[in-house]
Design a protein around this ligand. Sequence first.
Ligand code: BG6
Length: 609
Amino acid sequence: MCGIVGYAGRRKAAPLLLDGLKKLEYRGYDSSGIAVENAKGEIQAVKAKGRLIKLIELTSGGENLDGTVGIGHTRWATHGEPNDVNSHPHLSEDGRFAVVHNGIIENYLELKSFLTDKGFKFVSQTDTEVIAHLLEYYFDGDVLDCIRKVLNKLSGSYALGILFNETPDVFYAIRKDSPLVVGLGKDENFIASDMPALLKHTRNFILLSDDEIACISGTKVVIYNKNMEVEEKKPFFVDWDPETAEKGGYPHFMLKEIHEQPKAVRDTVMPRIKDDKIVLYDISLSAEYVKSIKKINIVGCGSAYHAGIIGKYYIERVCRIPVETDFASEFRYRSPIADERVLTIIISQSGETADTLAALREAKRLKSRTLAVVNVLGSSIAREADDVLYTHAGPEIAVATTKGYTTQVAALYLIGLYLAKTLDTIPQSEYEEQLKSLKNLSDNITKLLEKPEETQYLASLYYKNKDLFFIGRGMDYASALEGALKLKEISYIHAEAYPAGELKHGTISLIENGSPVIAVAVDKRLFEKTLSNIKEVKTRGAKVIAVASNENRAVENEAEHTLYIPDCHPLLAPVLTAVYLQLFGYYVAAVKGCDIDKPRNLAKSVTVE
Ligand code: BG6
């Protein structure tokens, strides 16, 4: 996720662009850049690695850049390390086009080789640069026709701002799947990734539909649809306060990020599935090495550790390779057994957690091959691991991870399925069925998010409880662990997760009349056993909330309430279970009035041991 802005009007563009980017820094902050165009059509671009302040200092707050039309970008790197060259805007070789982009061009590799064959020279490792060269390649006098041709070549998600030196008083904006709004001012007009960046200038906005081309000057905004017909758009007025707007209208970043999960999972999975095969183009696990693996260690902290447990169950099922999971803070103290034939998977959203970084270094000391699953490009863990599989969740602001977790689990599915295919330990029909379900995960999350009232209602029943129990078997146990952590982190209610079969060996002594027990009963294979555990706690007075799959409807006879996940391959269900339990934890904390985005005692990334 990155932030883009654009301006055309009567004022100096650069200071306004920088001001807009300041409001969008939460969308990405590893590097930034602006490009402005003066009346003679000269385009000046300035880019800088690091926080926006670096660019502000470099351009003296924008004062040393002339021009009343411009575009700007604050980056969340997905392709190519954060550095000056990879920062946006990207320019065409002839310098006539400048482009800023938020999103992922899924077919950029093939476009890059197409353009390289045509003689174009690439200077960055980004996907975005292909857009700048495609504009130059297709331009033959009609800039709108040229943009339309480029859009027809792109697959993936994009919000674009484009400068063209032959139209110095106009810039162009297009979106597909990535957010972009047009702000209508007085003798000036704007674009931004979302409204907070513009609220100080205007409260009148137009929302672009996918693949419409907006031609924006200071005096007018003309929008062309796919057939290049002019679209009349009715502006709407926004009375959000800037603080609320930064959260996209959600009351908390956490709820916003829960709702970003369909896109985050799609952006993590889809670029790695080509012609119904998994292509992990960003890691180099050769078939020969994969066949030599005798054991896999998976290491992480907090939710990343829970994702690792899902990964363990999954990889052992589909690859038949032994998998061990460790809390990162424990790993290096147990004299772990590792060598060249052990693959250590290191999971970390931030890529900076000290315990996890220390575990990575211990694994490398033992000569283990290390594969990091990380969300932040260029982070310490990403840089030090032998291979990195990036999740594309975008910046996660809330301390309690949601999209960070589900994209980690999705990444582990990709890895497991890739290994199983390489090892030939999965029948083709099963491979295809799981691949299909993996591609549908995003839509299934959307279905879950369409009915929050169920979890809101349950939260209203149980928010006063002092203790909650989570139980489950197999992968459902790992989901129970994550659900309990989510509730604890943000609502401060004591919650513990137990393997459903383990409760009777001691802890069931805590169950008394009215004790709330959340039973994750999704796995059909283990359902009868879990059902008997549910009966055990019920006979001791527990009130049971079940999370189940549609094939396990018998649970309704025992549970007070049942939440059903949409149908999916049973091994992929934990991603959907997680969404229900995130919402439950969120609404409990919300009704308690907790500081949800910044819970007491917690940090987004603990960079001390
Ligand atoms: C904790 C966070 O501090 O660190 C958790 O509160 C997170 O939400 C854990 O799962 C690990 O963080 P990371 O960035 O290494 O995944």
